[in-house]
Design a protein around this ligand. Structure first.
Ligand code: ADP
Ligand code: AMP
Ligand code: ZN
Length: 218
């Protein structure tokens, strides 16, 4: 077996706060965030073949086909910054992806821990509909819960804040449906492996971050 790595799989509904927490953990855990949604959006923006393929699925809130998504993650894990492991945000998202991921990380000691960020549905809708992200650096804000100092402008680099196309209410409902049908079964999957750790996602951002750091001992 190769040297052990740390693979943290953040579970939780869309809007639960996975991206927000992954970004806060990157420095403390010294691990990169791997967000499959961010990689798809990057490809969409740059009009690559992958981006064109992903677009039709993302527009309706469906999952991009497993084959494509799994290959993309395999490639991403080859990057030098993932040499100690990674914080997985939005992947795996169904049982096929979870079993593929187990195989990918098996040589490095497997998945380390799976924090489940629990948030109720009404709060998820409030979080998603108020979410804004920076066009240039991807920083995540919320118009009420985590507002930038100047409305519409990123605190970090002055970039323009925009709403994701798939954060409109019609698409959000379908994404929640897809989450319950395809992703929620992973809670049982990881629980059975003794890897699940529930975190109360209804707390303020800093408190969720503190709970995660305590759990991960970082
Ligand atoms: P996910 O990556 O799970 O889809 P995000 O991290 O993008 O979720 O968060 C969704 C929205 O909710 C963002 O606007 C973010 O600022 C906000 N948010 C995240 N965590 C919290 C929290 N604990 N309390 C209030 N708002 C939050
Ligand atoms: P997210 O940024 O995690 O909310 O993802 C946005 C969209 O990207 C999803 O609604 C899917 O269409 C697609 N996507 C992200 N991650 C995955 C994944 N692991 N498998 C399939 N599709 C994904
Ligand atoms: Zn920015």
């Amino acid at each position: 077996m190769a040297e052990k790595r740390m693979f943290i799989v953040l579970l939780g509904a869309p809007g639960a706060g996975k991206g927000t927490q992954a970004k806060l953990l990157e420095e403390a855990a010294q691990l990169p965030q791997i967000s499959t949604g961010d990689i798809f959006r990057f490809n969409l923006k740059n009009q690559t073949e992958l981006g064109k393929l992903a677009k039709s699925y993302m527009d309706t809130g469906a999952l991009v086909p497993d084959e494509v998504t799994i290959r993309m993650v395999e490639d991403r894990l080859q990057q030098p910054d993932a040499a100690r492991g990674a914080i997985m945000d939005g992947f795996p998202r169904n049982l096929v992806q979870a079993t593929a991921f187990d195989l990918m990380v098996a040589p490095y000691g497997g998945v380390t821990v799976v924090p489940m960020i629990g948030v109720d549905d009404e709060e998820v809708i409030r979080r998603i509909t108020g979410r804004r992200s920076c066009k240039s650096c991807g920083a995540i804000y919320h118009v009420l819960y985590n507002p930038p100092k100047v409305a519409g402008v990123c605190d970090k680099d002055g970039g323009e804040l925009t709403q994701r196309d798939d954060d409109r209410e019609e698409t959000v409902r379908n994404r929640l449906f897809v989450y319950y049908k395809q992703t929620a079964p992973l809670i049982g999957y990881y629980y059975a492996k003794g890897l699940l750790a529930e975190v109360d996602g209804m707390q303020p951002i800093e408190d969720v971050a503190a709970a995660l750091k305590a759990l991960l001992k970082v």
